[in-house]
Design a protein around this ligand. Structure first.
Ligand code: BT5
Length: 265
């Protein structure tokens, strides 16, 4: 199984042309998001980056575990200090990350789909996940942390019997050696900077919608282990919420939950 050593020098070289606020690299860490949240709270500059070769306590949503074994995955957290004009659109942040990951996969010849809200699929299997968290200052958002976990080499993928949704890696889907993680990280960051300029434009919603998985399919939304909604996956609202069409043809708006295809009776 292939895996390559990433280190601070190789990373700095790959990111040298990107205007990042700061960089913290770790051979091993609990969670890059925890590090980024603490750094943001103590004054990190906009677009500061935390990257690790291994996470021992990687997190998904609702404190689910995110598997990041050594030498095989990209674990990246980006600190954003939103401009005042972006504040009304912060709920689009997960889409911003999804579009950037999507572009990075297109760059290497793969065609992904976005499983709303935060999963990137290749061949209907999860290859990356996004976790957006915020640091508050009173009632205002001070900064956001976008956490991205991406399965690059085969060794990054957890055994499928441990998962509700099947997983894959870039190496598995490419069928050959993937680009170095530093390069994929650079592509994600470059694209994220460009999409960020369009944060207030509806183009972000339109493109995010076009790239969604299961559009036009019967899906169900699970929340807290229960089925919260069912319907045809129709599209996105301007705040990034998911819009279904219920059995009466009426729109149903979903803000949280996990999408899966609805089993046929
Ligand atoms: C996510 O949560 O998909 C968000 C994952 C975000 C991870 C990044 S890594 C950098 C940063 N630092 C962190 O600590 N986190 C972020 P969610 O949709 O809740 O999916 C979690 C579920 O995905 C788990 O319950 C597993 O079933 C499955 N899973 C865990 N590791 C996986 C992997 N490597 N590949 C595919 N699926 C995985």
């Amino acid at each position: 199984m292939t895996s390559y050593k990433m280190n601070e020098t190789s990373l700095k070289k790959a990111l040298s042309k990107i205007n990042i606020g700061g960089l913290r690299y770790f051979d091993s860490i609990g969670s890059t998001n925890d590090e980024a949240l603490a750094w943001a709270a103590s004054g990190a500059k906009d677009f500061s980056i935390v990257i690790a070769d291994e996470q021992t306590r990687g997190r998904g949503r609702l404190n689910r575990t995110w598997h990041t074994p050594k030498g095989s995955a990209l674990a990246l957290s980006i600190i954003l200090r939103p401009a005042a004009s972006a504040l009304p659109h912060l709920s689009r942040t997960v889409g911003l990350a999804a579009l950037a990951i999507f572009d990075s996969l297109l760059n290497i010849g793969l065609v992904p789909k976005i499983k709303w809200p935060n999963d990137m699929l290749l061949n209907n299997k999860k290859t990356a996940g996004i976790l957006v968290e915020s640091v508050w200052s009173g009632s205002e958002v001070d900064s956001l942390v976008i956490g991205i976990g991406m399965n690059v080499y085969k060794a990054s993928t957890p055994p499928n019997d441990a998962l509700k949704f099947p997983a894959t890696s870039i190496e598995d889907e490419l069928g050959k050696e993937p680009p170095a993680r530093e390069e994929i990280g650079r592509d994600i960051l470059t694209s994220l900077m460009l999409w960020r300029e369009k944060m207030i434009s509806d183009e972000i919603i339109k493109t995010w919608e076009e790239r969604l998985a299961f559009r036009g399919w019967q899906v169900q939304i699970t929340s807290n282990g229960e089925i919260a909604n069912t319907g045809i996956l129709d599209g996105l609202e301007s705040d990034g919420s998911l819009r279904l069409q219920d059995e009466n043809g009426q729109p149903a708006i979903v803000r949280f939950g996990d999408v899966s295809l609805r089993p046929t009776a």
